[in-house]
Design a protein around this ligand. Structure first.
Ligand SMILES: [Fe+2]
Length: 217
């Protein structure tokens, strides 16, 4: 199947001042698009035209894994951001899990930022759900994705490759992380937490609708 760059759920300038439109454009059209084009080329070259991104992440290595996982990871990252910032449902099961593990929302935020800031080199920091319904924070290096870790489901991620923030923040990763936290799409996290399935980015990236940028781009 041919993967498409997904529509962003916001205009490219709508996350300002967290991310400038230049930062979003560079990341989306420069990096994400490149991963999508490469994975499309590699599935053909390697005789796997029907492979889903989730299959590639779980079963492939090398360049195909790297580009397939990066295509997935970036879609998941964008979907987890929002210009609007309503918090999680204060009485929902997700909030109960946050309180059990981290005391409160502020505790989760601080632990997440601490973990992401400490990641050496390039990678991703993830909020995940464990099979017993608890939540956890994991870092992965380079393109790696926690769906390769048995029975752990991603709920949210923050891209901590330097290309995600260098235009706006230079080397100030922690500032980028603090700003990102103000744009968490809690509705997305709550949906991922409640569905108990691995989020399906292939579906979002094989939609037959055209891949024109968001109307506000
Ligand atoms: Fe990135």
């Amino acid at each position: 199947m041919k993967f498409r760059l997904p529509h962003l759920p916001f205009g490219h300038a709508e996350l300002e001042p967290f991310l400038s439109s230049e930062q979003v454009d560079t990341h989306y059209f420069g990096h994400h698009k490149n991963y999508v084009e490469k994975v499309n080329q590699l599935v053909i070259e390697q005789g796997l035209p029907d492979a889903t991104l989730e299959y590639i992440i779980n079963n492939q290595d090398g360049k195909l894994f790297d580009n397939g996982a990066q295509a997935w990871n970036h879609t998941f990252y964008w979907m987890g951001l929002t210009p609007l910032t309503p918090g999680p449902n204060a009485n929902g099961k997700l909030m109960e899990a946050i309180n059990r593990k981290y005391g409160n929302l502020e505790g989760l935020k601080e632990r997440f930022i601490e973990s992401a800031a400490a990641l050496f080199g390039s990678g991703w920091c993830w909020l995940v759900a464990t099979p017993d319904g608890e939540i956890d924070i994991v870092n992965t290096q380079n393109a790696d994705n926690p769906i390769r870790l048995e029975r752990v489901r991603p709920l949210w991620t923050c891209d901590v490759w330097e290309h995600a923030y260098y235009v706006d923040y230079r080397n100030e990763r922690k500032e980028y992380l603090r700003s990102a936290w103000r744009h968490v799409n809690w509705e997305f996290i709550e949906r991922n937490y409640s569905t108990e399935e691995v989020p399906n980015m292939t579906r979002l990236m094989t939609d037959p609708s055209p891949t024109a940028p968001h109307k506000n781009a």
